[in-house]
Design a binder for this molecule. Sequence first.
Ligand SMILES: N[C@@H](CCC(=O)N[C@@H](CS)C(=O)NCC(=O)O)C(=O)O
Length: 215
Amino acid sequence: MKLFGSLTSPYVRKVRVVMAEKKLEYEFVLDDVWSEATQIQQYNPLGKVPCLVMDDGGSLFDSRVIVEYLDTLSPVGRLLPQGGRDRTATKCWEAIADGINDAAVAIQIENNQRPEHMRSADWIRRQQGKINAALEFMEQGLEPNSFCMGVNFSLADVAVGCALSYLDLRCSDLPWRNNYPKLAMLAEKIFERPSFVASALKSSTPKAQNAALDQ
Ligand SMILES: N[C@@H](CCC(=O)N[C@@H](CS)C(=O)NCC(=O)O)C(=O)O
């Protein structure tokens, strides 16, 4: 299977971490969805990454659908409980972590892709409010020194880890480690996992990304 994505997308990273945790083989195809050369539209009509193209040519999106599918491919490193309340709770952690990404991506686009005279400070503040409220919510939901779902590492931790490291990349002045000590402790544990180390977010031009991938 082929995963279309970028080295900066937190949603793509979530899929890459799941691939690594589950020891699945795949080809990573870099695609800059913002460039004219993007191929993504032929696989995902929404023009977004991540997009997983399977061996039969079918494609899957978005990241939540992809990771749910990947978890069924192998019993190695199960990341989602089979059913019931715990499965829903795990998906809810994923939803709130992805919501942080949505808000941080919106801020990034507003600040970097919109002409200066069209930028809205109100819009940015609205997104920052969502990020702060989501961080507070996650902090309240965590037990000290444990994973999101308790003793077991799960998709919830993958999603939260990807969101927190995306904040480090794009909102580096946000002191979330000082404000949310349980999240800081969790992040420390998650970030040292080989799956996270190997997929560290890289901010660079698509040309540089391609060069990096060739090495
Ligand atoms: N909910 C989607 C979000 C995917 C997404 O927004 N990806 C961004 C890259 S970080 C993208 O491809 N944006 C292109 C666009 O919005 O046109 C998911 O979880 O996969």
